[in-house]
Write a protein that binds this ligand. Structure first.
Ligand code: TYD
Length: 193
């Protein structure tokens, strides 16, 4: 009997704070909310991840998304696009003058790219470690580039390299209305309370 009462109490407590509008799915208590700006909610960190044309052509999109999901990050925006030369030149503004830039431009505009915004504690730095170094020959197995690529000119994925870079890139690639604030029911198990 005591055990039953404790069980009922635990169940009641697990629903505190989840009394949102969706009674059928108390743990998914808020529907996605569209922002008008690309700024994350207070204290949330966001980064831009893009699966480059080689990753899309080679059917790696699902595997790459899975790595960010299973790490505990939350997807707040995703789209497939054909990157224009103008967008790429803004995105890689620091690389425009490099001798390899024409090759990067031809590669990045050669086919569709999947652009995503991921959110979570320390997501910028953690994503960079998950992606691995620019040159896949330097990348450890277990990183995305270390597992899926062998040459710097076909390194499968992009990840913003700093908080400021992430903010700039997210604004460049996404409109605020394309990003969704939503409550992920596994958050309590992946982030500190
Ligand atoms: P960079 O921003 O330096 O690296 P990262 O993607 O790791 O942030 O370079 C952008 C892309 O340019 C890189 O992912 C692949 C391409 N690139 C080359 O093709 N050759 C090179 O020598 C370098 C440095 C980059």
């Amino acid at each position: 009997m005591l055990q039953l009462r404790v069980f009922v109490r635990v169940l009641q407590q697990s629903h505190v704070g989840n009394q949102g509008p969706n009674k059928a799915f108390p743990l998914a208590h808020s529907a996605g909310r569209r922002n008008t700006s690309t700024a994350p909610p207070a204290a949330a960190e966001r980064t831009l991840i893009a699966v480059k044309p080689d990753g899309v052509q080679r059917g790696l999109v699902g595997k790459i998304i899975q790595r960010f999901e299973q790490r505990g990050f939350k997807l707040v925006g995703i789209k497939m696009l054909q990157v224009s030369k103008d967008l790429l030149s803004e995105h890689y503004c620091e690389l425009r003058a490099k001798p390899f830039y024409p090759d990067v431009q031809a590669y990045m505009t050669s086919g569709p790219v999947i652009a995503m915004v991921w959110e979570g504690d320390n997501v910028v730095q953690t994503s960079r470690s998950m992606v691995g170094p620019t040159d896949p020959t330097q990348a450890q197995s277990g990183t995305i580039r270390g597992d899926f690529s062998i040459h710097v000119s076909r390194n499968v994925v992009h990840a913003s390299d700093s908080l400021e870079g992430a903010q700039r890139e997210i604004q460049l690639w996404f409109e605020g209305k394309d990003l969704l604030d939503w409550d992920c029911c596994s958050r309590a198990w992946t982030h500190r309370p």
